[in-house]
Design a protein around this ligand. Structure first.
Ligand SMILES: Nc1ncnc2c1ncn2[C@@H]1O[C@H](COP(=O)(O)OP(=O)(O)OC[C@H]2O[C@@H]([n+]3cccc(C(=O)O)c3)[C@H](O)[C@@H]2O)[C@@H](O)[C@H]1O
Ligand SMILES: Nc1ncnc2c1ncn2[C@@H]1O[C@H](COP(=O)(O)OP(=O)(O)OP(=O)(O)O)[C@@H](O)[C@H]1O
Ligand SMILES: NC(=O)CC[C@H](N)C(=O)O
Length: 543
C-alpha cells in the first residue's frame, strides 16, 4: 500500500511583501518536511503577492520581484518536496492568476485560473485573463489536478480535471469570510467531491487584509463527499493530510476535524482577527478609542483587548453635561475589568470655547444637531491628538445600522482609522456582547441592558428618531443584503413609514459612508467594495 503526506500551509502572507512571503514559504516547507514528513506542500492562492494585491499588480517591478522570489525559492526550498503555490504572472502581455509547481529545484508546471470572480468584493477581471487548460501532474504515483478558488465554485474546471485523469483535486484559495461562509464552503466541497468522485484538498488563506478577513478552515473531503480533515479557523499553521492508495484510488485518512463555530464565536473571532492584523500589519503600537458607557464602544474595547492585549489599548471617557453618571461609572468599570489604560477628559471647556466663538454667527438661531455634532467633534479632535502624540490608531465604533442610516457625525465620532463594527448590525452587537460576557466578564451588564442613547441632548434615546433596532435591522438587511425594493419590504410586513424613512436615509447617506474609515467586512454586502452606489443621484425609492 502506497501513501503520501500532503501538508496544507494555511498561512498569512503580507500583501506586497514578495520577498518576505517567499521566505515564509521556504520556512514552511522546511517545517512541513521536518515535522510532518511532507511529500507535497500546498499554499493558498496568490500567496507570493498576498490576496488581493489590487493595483500593485500594475506596478512595473511586480514581475521582476516575483521572478527573483521564485528563483530564490527554487534555490532554497527542500528539494524532495513538491510545492504548489499561488502567484500572479504575465504571459504574452496578459496577467494570470497562477499556481506554480516546484520540485527538486525546478519549476515544473504552472496552472492559470480558469474562472475569475467579479462580484461582491472580487474584481479579478480587472487584472487577469482566463486560463483555458486543466493541469494534472503525477507525483509519487498520484495524479494531482490543480485548481484555484473560483474554479471550484463554478464546477466546470473540477469536472475537466477529472476528465484529464486527476486522482486528487488540489485547490488553492483566498476565500474571505462572511457570516455562514464556513458552512457554505464545506457544503460546496462535499458536493464537488461527490460530483466527480475524487478526493478534494482545499487550502485557504488566513488573516486580515484591509476590509477582508480570511478564516482558514482548510479541509480535505474524500471521494464520497465525507469531510476527513478540517484545519482550525482563525489560526495559521501547517495541517497534514495522509493519503493512502487502495485498489488504485487515493483516499485521505481521517485526521483532525475542527468543528464549525457557533455564529457568535465565528463573527467575534472575525472581528478580533480583522483588528489585530490591520493594526499589526500597519505597524501601530496600539489603539485608542472613546469609551462612552454605551454598547458599541464597550464591544469595540473588548475586541481590541482580545486582539492586541490590554497594554496596547487606551480608552478615553470624554464627558459633557449630558453624560449620565451611569455612563461614567460603567466606562471606568469596564476599563478596570479589562485592565486597559484609561483616562477622563471632560469636553465642556472645548465645546464652550467653540460656542463662544460662534455666538455672533449663530445669533437668533435655534439649537439643533449643530450643537450635538460639536460635542462629537470635540471628542474626535482629542482622540486624533492622542493618536498623533502616542502613535496609537483611533478605532471608530459606529455599527452597520448606524453607518446605513448616517447616524454618526462626520469629523466627529467618525474620525479614526479602522472600525471593528462597521459591518455588524446593532442587533448583532448585542448578541456579541452577551456571547463575549458569557466567555469571561468584559462588559458591565448595565451597558447591555440600558436603552441606547447618543447622549448628545438631555434624555435622548436612539429610538426617538429611528424605529426600534429589531425593526430597523430587519428592514436594512432586506434592503442592503437582499436588494429588495421599498415596496417589496412593505409587502413582507413592515410599516410603510418606517420602510420609506429607512430607505431614504440609506440612500441619502452614501456620502458619509464614502468618508468613513475602513472596517472588517463580515456580511456578503459590506459598505466597501461590495456596495457601490453613486453619491449624487436622482433615483427615487419605490418598487
Ligand atoms: N450629499 C452630501 N455630500 C457631501 N456632504 C454632504 C452631503 N449632504 C450633507 N453633507 C454635509 O454633511 C453635513 C451633515 O453631516 P454631519 O455634520 O455629520 O451631521 P448630521 O448628519 O446632520 O448629524 C449627525 C447625526 O448623527 C447622529 N449621531 C451623531 C453622533 C453619534 C450618534 C450615535 O448615536 O452614534 C448619532 C446625530 O443625532 C445626527 O442625527 C452637512 O452639514 C454637510 O456639510
Ligand atoms: N462621553 C463619551 N466619552 C468618550 N467617548 C464618547 C462619549 N460619547 C461618545 N463617545 C464616542 O463616540 C461614539 C458614538 O457615541 P454615541 O454615544 O453618540 O453613540 P452610540 O452609537 O450609542 O455608541 P455607544 O454605544 O458606544 O455609546 C462612542 O462609541 C464613543 O466612541
Ligand atoms: N479568490 C476567489 O476566487 C474567491 C471566490 C470564491 N467564491 C470565494 O469567496 O470563496
Amino acid at each position: 500500500m502506497q501513501d503520501l503526506t500532503l501538508v496544507m500551509a494555511q498561512l498569512d502572507p503580507l500583501v506586497g511583501d514578495i520577498p518576505g512571503n517567499a521566505e515564509r514559504a521556504i520556512e514552511a516547507v522546511r517545517e512541513a518536511r521536518i515535522e510532518h514528513g511532507a511529500d507535497i506542500v500546498v499554499f493558498p492562492e496568490l500567496f507570493l503577492s498576498g490576496y488581493p494585491p489590487e493595483d500593485l499588480l500594475l506596478r512595473p517591478s511586480m514581475e521582476t520581484r516575483l521572478r527573483e522570489a521564485r528563483s530564490r525559492m527554487a534555490a532554497k526550498m527542500s528539494r524532495d518536496v513538491l510545492v504548489i503555490i499561488g502567484y500572479p504572472g504575465r504571459r504574452e502581455g496578459l496577467g494570470y492568476n497562477l499556481a506554480g509547481l516546484l520540485y527538486n529545484g525546478e519549476w515544473i508546471g504552472e496552472y492559470a485560473k480558469q474562472v475569475l470572480p467579479n462580484y461582491q468584493v472580487f474584481d479579478e477581471r480587472r487584472y487577469f485573463a482566463t486560463g483555458e487548460q486543466s493541469l494534472v501532474l503525477e507525483h509519487k504515483g498520484a495524479k494531482l489536478g490543480v485548481l484555484i478558488c473560483e474554479d471550484l465554485w463554478d464546477g466546470a474546471p473540477v469536472r475537466a480535471a477529472r476528465d484529464a485523469g486527476a486522482d486528487i483535486v488540489v485547490t488553492l484559495n483566498a476565500s474571505p469570510y462572511h457570516q455562514d461562509k464556513p458552512a457554505e464552503r464545506l457544503r460546496l466541497l462535499e458536493q464537488r467531491a461527490a460530483e466527480v468522485s475524487l478526493p478534494l484538498v482545499y487550502v485557504n488563506t488566513i488573516g486580515g487584509q484591509d476590509e477582508l478577513v480570511f478564516d482558514g478552515g482548510s479541509a480535505c473531503v474524500d471521494a464520497g463527499g465525507q469531510v476527513r480533515v478540517v484545519a482550525p479557523y482563525w489560526q495559521a499553521g501547517l495541517m497534514p493530510v495522509q493519503f493512502v492508495q487502495e485498489n488504485g484510488a487515493w483516499a485521505p485518512v481521517e485526521g483532525e476535524i475542527e468543528p464549525l463555530e457557533e455564529p457568535e464565536e465565528s463573527l467575534y473571532c472575525a472581528l478580533v482577527s480583522g483588528v489585530r492584523d490591520y493594526v499589526n500589519k500597519s505597524g501601530f503600537e496600539g489603539v485608542v478609542l472613546g469609551l462612552s458607557g454605551g454598547i458599541d464602544s464597550a464591544l469595540t474595547l473588548a475586541i481590541a483587548v482580545d486582539a492586541l492585549g490590554p497594554q496596547r489599548v487606551h480608552a478615553v471617557m470624554m464627558p459633557y453635561r449630558y453624560t449620565a453618571d451611569m455612563s461614567q461609572e460603567d466606562a471606568a468599570e469596564q476599563a478596570r475589568v479589562l485592565g486597559v489604560h484609561y483616562e477622563v477628559l471632560p469636553i465642556e471647556p472645548m465645546v464652550d470655547a467653540f460656542m463662544t466663538t460662534l455666538a455672533d454667527t449663530f445669533a437668533g438661531t435655534e439649537r439643533d444637531t449643530t450643537e450635538e455634532n460639536l460635542q462629537s467633534r470635540c471628542r474626535g479632535v482629542l482622540l486624533m491628538a492622542i493618536s498623533n502624540k502616542k502613535g496609537l490608531m483611533v478605532l471608530t465604533t459606529g455599527n452597520k445600522s448606524e453607518m446605513a442610516v448616517g447616524y454618526a457625525t462626520l469629523y466627529g465620532d467618525m474620525v479614526g482609522g479602522f472600525n471593528a463594527l462597521k459591518d455588524v448590525y446593532k442587533t448583532w452587537v448585542y448578541r456579541l456582547a452577551r456571547w463575549r460576557n458569557a466567555q469571561e466578564p468584559a462588559i458591565p451588564e448595565r451597558v447591555i441592558t440600558r436603552p441606547p442613547s447618543a447622549e448628545l441632548a438631555p434624555g435622548q434615546q436612539d429610538t426617538d428618531s429611528l424605529p426600534d433596532y429589531d425593526t430597523l435591522d430587519a428592514i436594512l438587511m432586506r434592503y442592503i443584503e437582499g436588494d429588495m425594493s421599498a415596496e417589496a419590504i412593505i409587502e413582507a410586513g413592515f410599516e410603510r413609514d418606517d420602510v420609506y424613512q429607512v430607505v431614504k436615509l440609506v440612500d441619502r447617506n452614501e456620502y458619509k459612508r464614502r468618508q468613513a474609515p475602513v472596517g472588517v467586512r463580515v456580511t456578503p454586502r459590506g459598505f466597501g467594495r461590495d456596495r457601490r452606489y453613486p453619491i449624487v443621484n436622482g433615483w427615487q425609492p419605490g418598487d
